[in-house]
Write a new protein. Sequence first.
Length: 205
Amino acid sequence: MKSTLNQVHTKRFQPVIIAIEELIRTDDDRILIAIDGKTGAGKTTISKFLHQKFGGNLFHMDDFYLQKHQRTPERLHEVGGNVDYERFKEEVLTSLLAGETIHYRPFNYHTMDFDAKFARDIPPKRLNIIEGTYCLNAYFGDPYDLKIFMDVDYKQQLENVIDREGTAELDDYIDKWIPKTDIYLERCHIREKCDIIIHYDAAEG
């Protein structure tokens, strides 16, 4: 089953695989790959697949959920402000670009606290994948060598959210999280900034 799924993903993500192989072959410097896009479009799926295939470092924007003191009305109203982009830049991106060890503290939105037992020191590696909505926030400039946009139709998007989260938080996704993401994607022209667009296909998972 796992082998079959890998074959499906290899076919589906072929444009990305080819692009990364070209970067590895021609770019002697460190490589940064961004995976942004719609909620429930498969950002985590493709990032895990690419990490398994190519190795390197993998960072998740979900680990940079807003801390309690940051959740002000002004911040929550800000386009692209629904993530601790200041901390991501300080703890990950700055060290990554400098080739330094990354001191990384995941934040757990269920407990609204840092997961101290998961805090880690990550050594620099040539290939680095950053996945998650808001990773292409203009606050970071344009440090990426490859930018990928994950797309999905609305009906399928809701089905994917239910599969992932259940129905308890579906109303929040419909009323809050999906609209916030869509506003960010539209106003910041994220799709237009990307090099490759991958559309979710339910038949491929």
